[in-house]
Write a protein that binds this ligand. Structure first.
Ligand code: HEM
Length: 145
C-alpha cells in the first residue's frame, strides 16, 4: 500500500506513485504563519506612513492586509485562495487607480524591508524573497516623478 504524506497545511507531498514533490518556497519559509507575520508587520508600517496611508481607500486596512497575504502565499506555491476570491491577480492593472510614483515605491519597499528583516529567514531564502519584492515594486510604478 502506498503512503501519501500530507504536510500540515494540506499539500500532498507525495503522489500515489511515490514521486516526491520538492518543497515549495512557501513551505521552506514556514508556510502561512510566515506570510501572515510578514504582511502584518508591513501594514503596521503603512498605517503610520503619511504618504502611503491616504492611498488606501478603505478605513480598515485589515481587508487589504488579507489580500496581499493571500496573493504572496499563492505566488510562492501555497494555497490558491487569492485566485478563488479575487480571480487573476493582474496586479499592474489593479494598481492603476493609485499614483505609484518613485516616492510611493520607496516607501512601500522600506516597510517591506523592515517586515522581511523581522522574519529572520535563512540568508538565501531572504535574498530570494527580497529580489522578488524589489522587482515587483519596480514593475508597479505607473506615475513619473
Ligand atoms: C510599489 C508600491 C506599491 C503601492 C504604493 C501599492 C499600493 C496599493 C494600494 C493602495 C492597494 C489597494 C489596497 C487594497 O484595496 O487592497 C494595493 C493593493 C494590492 N497590492 Fe499593492 N502597492 C504597491 C506594490 C505592490 C507590490 C510590489 C505587490 C506584489 C508583490 C502588491 C500587491 C498588491 C495586492 C495583491 C493588492 C490587492 C489586489 C486586489 O486583489 O484587489 N502591491 N496596493
Amino acid at each position: 500500500m502506498s503512503r501519501v504524506a500530507v504536510c500540515d497545511h494540506g499539500r500532498v507531498d507525495q503522489t500515489e506513485q511515490g514521486t516526491p514533490q520538492p518543497p515549495t518556497f512557501f513551505d521552506q519559509v514556514g508556510g502561512e504563519p510566515t506570510f501572515r507575520r510578514l504582511v502584518h508587520e508591513f501594514y503596521r508600517g503603512v498605517a503610520e506612513d503619511p504618504l502611503l496611508r491616504p492611498m488606501y481607500p478603505e478605513q480598515d486596512l485589515g481587508p487589504a492586509e488579507e489580500r496581499l497575504t493571500l496573493f504572496l502565499m499563492q505566488y510562492w506555491g501555497g494555497p490558491r485562495t487569492y485566485a478563488d476570491q479575487r480571480g487573476h491577480p493582474r496586479l499592474r492593472m489593479r494598481h492603476m487607480p493609485f499614483a505609484v510614483d518613485k516616492a510611493a515605491h520607496d516607501a512601500w519597499l522600506s516597510h517591506m524591508r523592515t517586515a522581511v528583516d523581522g522574519l529572520k529567514l535563512a540568508p538565501e531564502l531572504e535574498q530570494q524573497l527580497w529580489d522578488y519584492l524589489v522587482y515587483a515594486a519596480d514593475s508597479m510604478v505607473n506615475t513619473p516623478g
